[in-house]
Design a protein around this ligand. Sequence first.
Ligand SMILES: [Fe+2]
Length: 246
Amino acid sequence: MLDLHAHFLPGVDDGPRALADTLALLRNAATHGFQVMVATPHNKDVWLKSSLPALRALFEEVREAARQAGIPIELHLGMENHLEPDLPQRVDEGLALTLAATRSILVELPFNQYPLYADDTLFALQVRGLTPVIAHPERQADIQRRPQILRALVERGMLAQVTGESITGEFGPEAQASVRTLLKQGLVHLMASDTHAPEGRRSPQLEKAVAAAAQLIGEQRARALVEATPRAILNGQAVSFPLPER
Ligand SMILES: [Fe+2]
């Protein structure tokens, strides 16, 4: 499986605190079948508490430590970019990272409200040749009530990534109901762990979530959420889907 949304770098955001925890998380991920993982630290934590050069150095340190520990996971660097009006400018400045240096960028919407500036800002990213990948839309309150908000973004060429633990209920009944709706409506392209910890809640595992998704959309499409589609994104291939029927 390929996981395009994960917090495993130590001490940079609300993920693991120390390198030992990072290695425990990655070891656990390997036992759960993860072959590729993209580190997606929260952009603001990097900008406010660290720096891009420090982040890149930390990532290289982790990759080398994982290699020496014999952990068979290919690691890449990305970022989870909270959507604010200046995000396109931050991209221009080289401060907002895309997923593994591709043209796809992980974007997190504010949780409570779909803001007025969102459409313009997402479009400004697309004008720059980027494909926004909307992080866990099923956890966003407005999209929970009105899935057509996400549908409009998908119709404009954006992708949606749901979190495995939303499907298995760990994020509550609203997120679980929402992700089921979005899956059935064909509005989901990726599933990721959004892991933050080596064990327990938010640890790296997706098998149960893929099985639950398969109940709704079939085995083949469920597997594509964690295999073919993330692979295409990392290979820089255009990911195109038939527009979901209304
Ligand atoms: Fe995240």
